[in-house]
Design a protein around this ligand. Structure first.
Ligand code: UGA
Length: 462
């Protein structure tokens, strides 16, 4: 099929490359010329495992192109995916849908033949119905140009695999024709046994935000239990292990620590709350506000722990922040808990040096007031406190004995409960975790790799 992907961010670039991998002819379009130029050279404009290889393969096969305008897209494709951002509106909890609206308004006047416009962006329920009306009124093809909604559930860091082998496909459609076209787009994935659910537009829109709200609730639940464990002298890592063996609960998304961040979970949670309020059902979803607050308090808690370990004041305290990305395997620092902690410590008077294996450049752009180190040794040099904020695998392999000689005081806050604590303790470190009681508990000693979780789950990923 001839497909266009409009918006080539974390979602669109991966989607375009994966559609070409499935055998379609794909044109990726974006308003950012620098991004398009890089993609056209086969370069991933952000770190995403496996993406560069897929881009190169698609381009070399002659099926994947980048560049052009919405008019070019309309001429090229039969199916147009919209994958532009819907960030949180400034000064509001709601999502800003103006970029999605602009694409529909810009594309529709060029649609002169039968085509399907498929929204992938995460939008408040009701947006797609509104856009369907816009499309019908602006497209010269009239009702032959149709809208559908096909939310995307990919996780950064696992985006290629999640797109080519998703848990499920959801198609919000208004006609059998749209359903048939989407089934053709995803035919190889459906044939591989992936559940495909076709539904109305609103249910499809809600499928995405409610999945993210549920995942956020699960994380905040275990983080609330972490507070209880701290107060009771119990161990949340073991508690999560026990809970996760209940097959109705499961281990994934039960890693207590610094909480969730990124461009999706926090803003989707808030947008859902805002939309529920508009629809008059704020009471039913009020708990999501609490989920958000529990999450924000994790960041404050780490700052407070650092203050306590520094003896009550952070002024002129040397802090090494290991990690800036919102989670491992990405260079994305949007609403990153790690960077939020680092900047809060800096604002409280600490001298903060940040290291991240992949997100260094983005962290420097987002927080130029911090010092940015090229490697772990430089970050921890002369540190009074080392904070483990993003659970990159590389940090789990650090030799804690070697670092003792470099730091001023061997004090570690493992805000992700993911380091091999026994090793660090034997090397002479004082360790503070999240939800393991005051100081380190016995159960947490072997918490890092191999505590009843597979490695992926220990990395805080679903
Ligand atoms: C999330 C969803 O998982 C995807 O299904 C969805 O498609 C995507 O948002 C989106 O809306 O586009 P992502 O933001 O890439 O994906 O990240 P996750 O892997 O879900 O992690 C989110 C945050 O939760 C991270 O900060 C992570 O560190 C944290 N987390 C995760 C925990 O604190 N504990 C856990 O047990 C798991």
């Amino acid at each position: 099929m001839k497909i266009t992907v409009i918006g080539t961010g974390y979602l669109g670039a991966v989607h375009a490359a994966c559609m070409a991998e499935l055998g379609h002819s794909v044109l990726g379009v974006d308003t950012r010329p620098d991004r398009i130029a890089r993609l056209a050279r086969g370069e991933a404009p952000f770190f995403e495992p496996g993406l560069s290889e897929l881009l190169t393969r698609g381009i070399e096969s002659g099926r994947l192109f980048f560049g052009g305008s919405l008019e070019d897209a309309a001429a090229f494709g039969d199916v147009h995916f919209i994958s532009v951002g819907t960030p949180q509106l400034a000064g509001s909890l709601a999502a800003d849908t103006r970029f999605v609206e602009a694409v529909v308004e810009g594309l529709a006047p060029h649609l002169r033949r039968a085509s399907l416009v498929v929204g992938k962006s995460t939008v408040p329920v009701g947006t797609a119905a509104r856009l369907a009306t816009t499309l019908a009124s602006l497209a010269p093809a009239g009702s032959a140009a149709e809208l559908a909604w096909n939310p995307e559930f990919l996780r950064e860091g696992h985006a290629v695999q999640d797109t080519l082998r998703p848990d499920r496909l959801v198609a919000g459609v208004m006609s059998t024709r749209a359903d048939v076209m989407l089934r053709r787009v995803y035919a190889p994935i459906i044939e591989a046994g992936t559940p495909y659910i076709s539904t109305d537009l609103g249910t499809a829109e809600l499928a995405k935000v409610s999945a993210n709200a549920f995942l956020a609730t699960k994380i905040s639940f275990i983080n609330a239990m972490a507070d209880l464990c701290d107060a009771a002298g119990a161990d949340v890592v073991t508690l999560a292990e026990v809970l996760g063996y209940d097959s109705r609960i499961g281990h994934r998304g039960l890693a207590a620590g610094l909480g969730f961040g990124g461009g999706c979970l926090p803003k989707d949670l808030r947008a859902l709350l805002a939309r529920a309020s508009e629809l008059g059902v704020a009471d039913s979803l009020r708990f999501l506000g609490e989920v958000d607050m529990i999450n924000t308090r994790r960041r404050e808690k780490v700052v407070e722990l650092a203050r306590q370990l520094a003896g009550g004041s952070l002024t002129s305290v040397n802090v090494a922040a290991l990690g800036a990305a919102f989670k491992p395997e990405t260079d994305d620092v949007r609403d990153s808990p790690a960077l939020a902690v680092a900047t809060a410590l800096h604002a409280a008077g600490a001298r903060v040096r940040v290291h991240d294996p992949r997100a260094g450049d983005n962290a420097r752009d987002a927080a130029p007031q911090l010092e940015h180190a090229a490697d772990v040794e430089k970050a921890v040099d002369d540190a009074d406190i080392v904070l483990h904020l993003t659970e990159w695998r590389q940090y789990q392999q650090i030799d804690p004995l070697a670092l003792v000689a470099v730091v001023r005081r061997p004090v570690l806050i493992d805000a992700r409960n993911a380091l091999p604590h026994r090793l660090w303790q034997e090397a002479g470190w004082t360790i503070q975790c999240m939800g393991t009681g005051p100081g380190l508990t016995v159960a947490a000693q072997d918490a890092a790799p191999g505590h009843g979780y597979d490695e992926e789950e220990m990395c805080g990923c679903w």
